[in-house]
Design a protein around this ligand. Structure first.
Ligand SMILES: NC(=O)C1=CN([C@@H]2O[C@H](COP(=O)(O)OP(=O)(O)OC[C@H]3O[C@@H](n4cnc5c(N)ncnc54)[C@H](O)[C@@H]3O)[C@@H](O)[C@H]2O)C=CC1
Ligand SMILES: O=C(O)[C@H]1O[C@H](OP(=O)(O)OP(=O)(O)OC[C@H]2O[C@@H](n3ccc(=O)[nH]c3=O)[C@H](O)[C@@H]2O)[C@H](O)[C@@H](O)[C@@H]1O
Length: 446
């Protein structure tokens, strides 16, 4: 289906990526947001999210005239045959997905959608939402389709254009709407799975919750490795060779976070509870993640001699993972808050963060370089796997530090480089002898 008219509502990570990528596939796209500043920037061709490739796609779209940005959803849909909803579905106070933004858009658009158009829900929403959207729309001439998005931040454009699969769920068994949406993606080489909308909505939650559970499992194995003198990196390498397991998404870390896994795990738990299931596996994955962050804090406390009160700690990395400027539900910030609650004096550096960080203002001083974060610190904690941290001048860091400890929650640094700089290195699930010093590495085979 070439050159379709598409509207995208919401110009965030998912909406902007969807709009820019659909334009690059040859469609004419009008993308709407409620943020005047955001729309103004996008009209000037300035990317509002840090994603490789997005700025070029926006620029190409604007120059070709096939991509347009407008303020407000109503201004986007007049000529659209397909309307993608990409608005936030954050965690509500009770833990379920908050659908107010989605419902507001649906209500706003109800009377202005063109006859025969397909409304596509790309936001992550509880099972049953597509049917509910259909009821809210109350338009017999409009189809509703669920089309969950699986992109990762930091590789959003690549993931959108090279997905492992495209899932399209037809609400009310309306296959014509599903086929229209499948047509928009015809240039993408990926399996297309058409299901009912409930299954499609469940695929999204099941995928994110499986990924979160897998990471809680890996992080717990890493904790065990520390007690048992095993090395998690070798363990996951060995596990990953099993094709049934695979070697991606097995890296231990400071706990999983970000704008989606935390909210989606709790939302699915609430959905499960609504039908009488406690989903103990998922509950345990969430609890293990919290406990894992507390174990990171235990490590830091031990490293500074048992008392964090007044201890100066340098934090390297604040975003929820490398390659993004997104701080939403970042495990680094969760750990910073736990450290601050015990009175630690925190200086944080992140290459994508400038200025104060909401949620930890007054608790973390944001500094401009890793060397500033190290200044006088009793310990350094690496929380995000930014490549530049490996390339730091570690002897220079050592001179600036007050103490000797470096706690690497991402197993990102080279322990030998730190050793040579006279620093004491601790990773996650890497061999550490009982007194806290690094176990000597076995000799390499000749
Ligand atoms: N961020 C990610 O990596 C992924 C997110 N998702 C899901 O996609 C949905 C959107 O997530 P993000 O793009 O991260 O959110 P976001 O917060 O980055 O973007 C949402 C955008 O919608 C706009 N918006 C809100 N109400 C609006 C309205 N009435 N009219 C027009 N625009 C409106 C906001 O101003 C904002 O720019 C969520 O359900 C999320 O769970 C799914 C896959 C990946
Ligand atoms: O629904 C969503 O929003 C998206 O959520 C995640 O994507 P994203 O939030 O961008 O981040 P991930 O790369 O999945 O990382 C999530 C967290 O797990 C951590 N992680 C990831 C992988 C790993 O091996 N180890 C690990 O600790 C990351 O550091 C991060 O804190 C999913 O991977 C996407 O498929 C999904 O579309």
């Amino acid at each position: 289906m070439r050159g379709s008219n598409v509207a995208v509502v919401g110009a965030g990570y998912v909406g902007l990526t969807t709009a820019a990528c659909l334009t690059s596939l040859g469609h004419r796209v009008v993308c709407a947001d409620v943020g005047q500043k955001k729309v103004d920037m996008l009209r000037r061709g300035e990317a509002t999210i840090q994603e490789p490739g997005i700025a070029a796609l926006i620029a190409e779209g604007l120059v070709s005239g096939r991509l347009e940005f407008v303020l407000g959803a109503r201004a986007a849909v007049a000529e659209a045959g397909t309307v993608f909803l990409c608005v936030p579905t954050p965690m509500s106070a009770g833990g379920a997905a908050d659908l107010r933004a989605l419902e507001a858009v649906v209500t706003e658009l109800r009377d202005v959608l063109s006859p025969g158009c397909v409304v596509v829900n790309k936001s992550t929403v509880p099972v049953g939402t597509a049917v509910r959207v259909g009821e809210l729309l109350d338009r017999a001439d409009v189809s509703v389709v669920s089309n969950p998005e699986f992109l990762r931040e930091g590789s959003a454009v690549y993931d959108f254009l090279n997905p492992n699969r495209i899932v399209i769920g037809a609400a009310g068994h309306d296959l014509a709407g599903a086929e229209r949406v499948a047509g928009l993606y015809e240039k993408i080489d990926a399996p297309v799975l058409v299901t009912d909308s409930a299954s499609s909505e469940m695929i999204k939650y099941a995928s994110n919750c499986y990924l979160a559970t897998r990471l809680s499992f890996v992080n717990t194995i890493a904790e065990l490795c520390e007690y048992l003198d095993a090395d998690i990196d070798d363990v996951t390498t060995g596990m990953g060779y099993d094709e049934r397991i695979g070697n991606s998404f097995l890296r231990p870390g400071p706990g999983w976070g970000g704008s989606c896994l935390p909210k989606d795990t709790v939302a699915l738990l609430r959905t499960a509870e609504s039908v009488g299931s406690e989903f103990p596996v998922l509950r345990a994955a969430i609890d293990a993640n919290q406990r894992h962050q507390e174990l990171v804090v235990d490590k830091v406390r031990k490293a500074v001699g048992g008392d964090l009160a007044g201890a100066r700690i340098g934090l390297l990395g604040l975003t929820f993972k490398a390659g993004t400027d997104d701080l939403r539900d970042s495990p680094a910030l969760a750990i910073a808050k736990l450290l601050a609650a015990e009175g630690a004096d925190l200086a944080g550096y992140d290459p994508s963060v400038r200025g104060p960080v909401a949620g930890v203002t007054g608790q973390v001083r944001i500094v401009g370089t890793a060397y500033h974060a190290a200044h006088g610190a009793a310990a350094i904690v690496v929380l995000t796997e930014w490549p530049e941290f490996r390339a730091l001048d570690w002897p220079r860091m050592a001179v600036r530090l007050g103490g000797r400890s470096v706690i690497d929650t991402r197993n990102h640094l080279d322990p030998l480089v730190l050793d040579r700089a006279g620093l004491s290195y601790q990773g996650i699930g890497r061999p550490v002898s009982r007194d806290g010093s690094r176990k000597p590495l076995p000799p390499l085979a000749a």
